[in-house]
Ligand binder design. Structure first.
Ligand code: C2E
Ligand code: CA
Ligand code: CA
Ligand code: CA
Length: 278
């Protein structure tokens, strides 16, 4: 199955990386990488499904290791979450994004959306509110609507999550449930929480032209989001067929290689302008 395959490939990756990096030194490596400025951010454009213009960006963390090369975020973020390093990584990420945002705002004629991924582990930490407030203050004023993308992985404490979501919304931050449909997501969250977006996982999007067993589930999810008046973002859109299907079924935003891979800030500025002028 999709989830089984995903977990297996993640496990294999993790084994390869940690045999190279060795579990014990991974923490030291991340801290060294932070000091050494080996982390940077790429941004993937998010496209409005109606106008087909870029109206937002998702910030994604990257690690260029001096010996191992690019280390996939699934690997080092998964590790950082278990070791509590996710707070340091996210603080660093937020400060890089805030700096970039002062330049990025000029690629858009009006207010655009800026998404960042927040680990549920981070939400439970004492520094969370300060980290968020520092981030908002460092952003250019009124240029971006901030969206936090949060997976339910590790979000065991429903009461706590509900409280944090309300606090975020009070500070004008929108909330997206990430990776919806990967098996971590329970439909009860949709009822309990006031959410803004549901991000439909790439596995669902792939099912459109592969006609797999989960394809009918996608239709059910899209009907449900319509009833709940939730905006949707489809991730991993790779083909024109997928895009057509998603747009015909009322998906609000599209994201994927069909439109753009995640890009570094230097090429991103011109890419957005050229794309939106078409
Ligand atoms: P995600 O949040 O689901 O991010 C989407 C992933 O799909 C990204 O992988 C993106 O590059 C990839 N992608 C986008 N469009 C396509 C497509 O059309 N085809 C394919 N095959 N892939 C596509 P990436 O950057 O490797 O990130 C993987 C995961 O790592 C993210 O999944 C997210 O869960 C996590 N992550 C990345 N950056 C951060 C971060 O700053 N903080 C946290 N907490 N997690 C992060
Ligand atoms: Ca995400
Ligand atoms: Ca996602
Ligand atoms: Ca995903």
């Amino acid at each position: 199955t999709l989830l089984g395959g995903l977990l297996l490939s993640l496990l294999v990756c993790a084994l390869i990386y940690f045999s190279l990096l060795s579990w014990h030194s991974a923490e030291r490596e991340i801290l060294r990488g932070l000091k050494n400025k080996e982390f940077f951010v790429e941004y993937q454009p998010v496209i409005d499904a109606k106008t087909l213009k870029i109206t937002g960006l998702e910030a994604l963390l990257r690690w260029q290791h001096p010996i191992e090369g690019r280390i996939p975020p699934e690997i080092f973020i998964g590790y950082a979450e278990t070791q509590g390093l996710i707070v340091e990584l996210t603080q660093h990420m937020m400060s890089m994004v805030a700096t970039d945002a002062h330049q990025l705002q000029h690629a858009f004629p009006e207010k655009s959306k800026l998404s960042i991924n927040i680990s549920p582990h981070h939400m439970n930490r004492v520094s969370f509110h300060d980290d968020v407030l520092n981030f908002i203050e460092a952003l250019p004023e009124n240029a971006f609507q901030v969206i936090f993308e949060i997976t339910e992985r590790g979000m065991i404490d429903t009461e706590g999550a509900l409280r944090e979501f309300n606090w975020l919304r009070f500070h004008n931050i929108e909330i997206a449930i990430d990776d919806f449909g990967t098996g971590h997501s329970a439909l009860i969250y949709l009822e309990k929480f006031t959410l803004d977006y549901l991000k439909i996982d790439r596995g669902f999007v792939m099912s459109i032209d592969q006609k797999t067993l989960i394809a009918p589930v996608l239709d059910t999810v899209l009907k449900l989001t319509e009833e709940l008046k939730l905006k949707t973002v489809a991730e991993g859109v790779e083909t024109e067929l997928q895009s057509q299907y998603l747009r015909n079924h009322g998906v609000t935003y599209l994201q994927g290689y069909l439109y753009s891979k995640p890009l570094g800030i230097s090429v991103l500025m011109n890419f957005i302008r050229d794309f939106n002028e078409k």
